[in-house]
Structures are given as C-alpha cells and as structure tokens.
Ligand binder design. Sequence first.
Ligand code: CP
Length: 310
Amino acid sequence: MKDLSTSHLLGIKDLSLNDINLIFKTADSFKEVINRPIKKVPTLRDVTIANLFFENSTRTKLSFELAEKRLSADIINFSAASSSLNKGETLVDTANNILSMKVDMLVMRHPHSGAAKFLAEKTNTIIINAGDGTHEHPTQALLDAFSIREKLGDVSGKKVVLIGDIKHSRVALSNIFALQKIGAKVMVCGPTTLIPKYIKKLDVKVVHNIEEALKWCDVANMLRIQLERQDIQYFPSLREYVSQFQLNKEILEKVNKPITILHPGPINRGVEITSEIADSEHSIILNQVENGVAVRMAIIYLLAGSVNRT
Ligand code: CP
C-alpha cells in the first residue's frame, strides 16, 4: 500500500495530488464496505482515537465517530463545554492528558485558526483537523471533491463556484486548494465585503453577480453566512443578501442549464438557498454527507499506518 506524504491532516495545502488520489481510491473501497449489510471492517481494532470538539458540530463529529466505528477503532469523545478547560487547563495539557491514556490519534475541531497545527507541534501524536477557525476544513473539501467526482465522473477541468461568505469560511479555502490541485477551475462569488483581499493571490476568479457565476460554472457550492464569526455587519440586511445571492428556481430558470449543487451544511433554508433547490434532483447535499463517512474512513485508515502497535 502506498502512504500519504504527511503524518497529519492539518490542511489541504499540505497534501499532494497523489495523496488526494490515494484518499479517493481508498474511499471508493470504504464506500463499498458501508453499503454492505455488515458495514464494518476489523482494520483498526487496535487503534484508539479521541474526538476533541471545542466548537459545535453535527455532521463532522458524527461522521468521524461513525467512520471510526466502521473501522472498529476504540473511541472517546471530548466536549469542551463539560471539560476542565473551564477550570483553566490549557489545550496542550488537555491533549497530553488524553494521550497518556494510550490514545493513538486526535481528531480536533477548534474555533481558532492554526489550533490543529499548534497541537501537532506540541504533542507526539497524529492530528486530524476537523475545522480550525476560518482557516481550513480539509475533510469537508475532500468529501466535496469526492462527491463531484462521483456525480460528474471527474473533477479535473470542471468549473466550480463557491457562493456566499468566503471571508469567514474554512470550507472555501480548503475547497480552493483541493479543487485547484485536482485541476478544476475555481470562482468565488459574493458581496465585496465577504470576499477576502488575499483571494487575488490564489488564482481564483472573483465575481459579485450570481447570474454571471451560474452561467460560468458546472458546480455551485453554496456557503452559509457565518453570522457567529462576524463582528460587524457585512451587508445592509439579510433580505438584501437574499435578493442578490440566493440560489433559487428563478435564477436557475434564467440560466437554464444543469448545475450540480453542493452545500457543506448547516443550511440556512430560505437564505443562501431555497428548500426547493436544496432538495432538487441537481442537489448532492445528502450524497456529500454519505460520502463524508467513506472519505474520513480512508483518511483515518491511511494515517493510522504510522501508529506504533507494538
Ligand atoms: N459541514 C460541517 O462542518 O458541518 P458541522 O459544523 O455540522 O460539522
């Protein structure tokens, strides 16, 4: 078996195209496994994984848990709200205490950008970044690209637009890195105030008109407005945002071509996308969630190759 070129998954930036292809090939096998009547393999029976979630999550947390269980790993779950962090314990002390219980791998979501890299440098274990602040969400980008590949046969050469709050989105940054490495063309679309200035350095097309974006793309990945990360108001009102950037039946009829629609969740129905479109035949939103388990199984399996089991 080939190995990944990295011993952690901190961001897509660190992965090579070979790494991504290896993850996809491995995920293909695990997707077949999780569609069997017995959805489990004994592969990681001797591996223990801790899931450290310092920020809310539904999809990512449950998807990692299920991926670990399908691989027969032992798992423990840590939730910041009920932990000794409230008594002043540091992140590194918390992690090292968990690791001293013979834990082999940490999956971590944290509100601060760079937290996963920091922990990888300060501890002696394998770290998987489950989303760090506004920085990266690598497993989301991999499952998004895997889902596009499944729907359209290939990602290379496809035109993908990310629409919405690019500035506060770790999904956007990881998607840009992943899609470009695979050979897709990437555009971002949103209000000027929600497109970060550094985007120009990433060889990404920028537009502020959803009709123009939809006319250009094969795939639209809709991002929600991250009000919880916004310290100031970035547009006059939600109604104004909806009138200019919502994906709905009217704008899709105007564009009049098939567009594959993704959304990482959680969806704000009636804001960035209408229910009618989120649940339509062109939407692969629930396929993304299904594929998330297979992709995360692949990542955990490949990284666990370096666990010392003697
Ligand atoms: N897509 C995503 O990260 O969703 P959660 O915040 O529910 O994990």
